[in-house]
Design a protein. Sequence first.
Length: 177
Amino acid sequence: MEIDPKIKTALEIYLKGLFEVVGEHAHVEIRPGEEGILIDLQGASVFEGQDQRALRSLAYLLEIYVRRTMNAEIRVQMDADGYRQYRKEELRVMALQIAEEVMRERKRVRLNPMEPYERKAVHEALQEIPGVRTYSEGPNEERRVIIEPVDLSKASEKPEKRVEGQPNPAPPKSNEQ
């Protein structure tokens, strides 16, 4: 995917102005990402120690800015000082540990809601691991990965999908009088 030069310039100007206001001196690299535009910030101390909420909020503001000023729909992903790669590795290790637990205890595990790139990292980490399968469930910001044991003789069956917290369906009523 190639980035429209007008959009790239608009994003650079917006970010430069924002960083001037907050007194930051960050290097900004804008390039195609997995799901749209990836903006990589280097040296933006305002994002140190964040759990990505500030970056997600900034990405959202940039999407709105481009939509309103340029009448264009874009998806923006943010990274600061290589956090995304660090997070992918962290998720890979965690997924492998949970997969061992799932196989040992034969119980399904529902992970906390994640960003799309985080869910993808978990799915990719476990796609070749025999004995477990993964799928995602839930709407938008509540979407999460489910890791469950696989009965190898039923591996082709679709896994049961039930959102955590929902009651089990009521049993059928009998025709007793």
